[in-house]
Design a protein around this ligand. Structure first.
Ligand SMILES: Cc1cc2nc3c(=O)[nH]c(=O)nc-3n(C[C@H](O)[C@H](O)[C@H](O)COP(=O)(O)OP(=O)(O)OC[C@H]3O[C@@H](n4cnc5c(N)ncnc54)[C@H](O)[C@@H]3O)c2cc1C
Length: 176
C-alpha cells in the first residue's frame, strides 16, 4: 500500500497522524485504519480519548477531533494468523490521489471490505464469506450505498465500476 501514497518526497515528509488528521477520503492510511479496525488517540490539556475510525472520520476533511485536540497516536492492529489482506487503487498517474481505492481483510468466515475515494470518507462493510454471484451482488449493493461523487477526476458511475471490478479482485486476492 505505501508505494501508492504519492511520491517518495511526500512520503518522507508526511506523517501518519497528519494523514489521519487531514481525513482526505482518498488517502490510503485512513482506509487501512478503518479496514483493520484500528484506533485514533486524541489528546488535549484535560486528557485523552480513544476513537474508532468509523467515529473519527465524519466527512470530507472532517473528523471528530475538537479544536483543542491533537492526534497523538494512531494504532494499527498487527496482522492476525489465518487472515488474508489485499489492497489496490486506481489513479490517473502513479502518485496521484486515488480515484478509488479498495482494501480487503478476510478470515475463515468473514470479509472486511473498505473503499476510499468514492464517498466523502473511507467506508467499510463487513460481509460473510461469500463467493460467485452472491459476492458480486454484495459488492454492487455496497457500491450504490457509497453515494459516489461526480467530480472533474471521474464520474460516479465510473467510481462505482471501479469498486465492483477492483473490489472483487482484492477480495479474491485476500481470500487466496
Ligand atoms: C502532491 C501531494 C500528493 C499527495 N498524494 C497523496 C496520496 O496519494 N495519498 C495520501 O494518502 N496522501 C497524499 N498526500 C498527502 C500527504 O501524504 C500527507 O499525508 C498529508 O499531506 C499529511 O501531511 P503531514 O503529516 O505533513 O500533515 P500536514 O499537511 O502538516 O497537516 C495536515 C492537516 O492535519 C493537521 N494535523 C497534522 N498533524 C496533526 C496532528 N498530529 N493532530 C492534529 N492535527 C494534525 C494540520 O493542522 C493540517 O490541517 C499528498 C500530498 C501532496 C502535497
Amino acid at each position: 500500500m505505501f508505494p501508492h501514497i504519492s511520491h517518495f518526497q511526500i512520503r518522507n515528509r508526511g506523517t501518519v497522524c497528519g494523514s489521519v488528521a487531514h481525513a482526505d477520503p482518498s488517502a490510503e492510511l485512513p482506509l487501512a485504519l478503518l479496514l483493520l479496525g484500528g484506533q485514533v488517540v486524541l489528546r488535549n490539556r484535560k486528557g485523552r480519548r480513544v476513537l474508532k475510525p468509523e467515529d473519527f472520520f465524519q466527512g470530507m476533511l472532517m473528523t471528530a477531533r475538537a479544536l483543542d485536540e491533537i492526534v497523538e497516536e494512531v494504532r494499527y492492529p498487527l496482522a492476525a494468523a489465518g487472515h488474508g489482506y489485499a489492497f489496490n487503487e486506481f489513479a490517473g498517474r502513479h502518485g496521484d490521489f486515488a480515484i478509488a481505492s479498495v482494501a480487503a481483510m478476510t478470515s475463515k468466515d468473514s470479509i472486511r471490505f473498505a473503499v476510499g475515494g468514492v464517498a466523502d470518507r473511507p467506508r467499510l462493510v463487513v460481509l460473510p464469506r461469500l463467493e460467485g454471484s452472491a459476492l458480486d451482488d454484495a459488492i454492487n449493493d455496497f457500491a450504490w450505498e457509497l453515494e459516489a461523487r461526480d467530480d472533474h477526476h471521474a464520474s460516479a458511475p465510473f467510481r462505482r465500476q471501479l469498486v465492483r471490478r477492483l473490489g472483487r479482485a482484492v477480495i479474491e486476492k485476500a481470500m487466496s
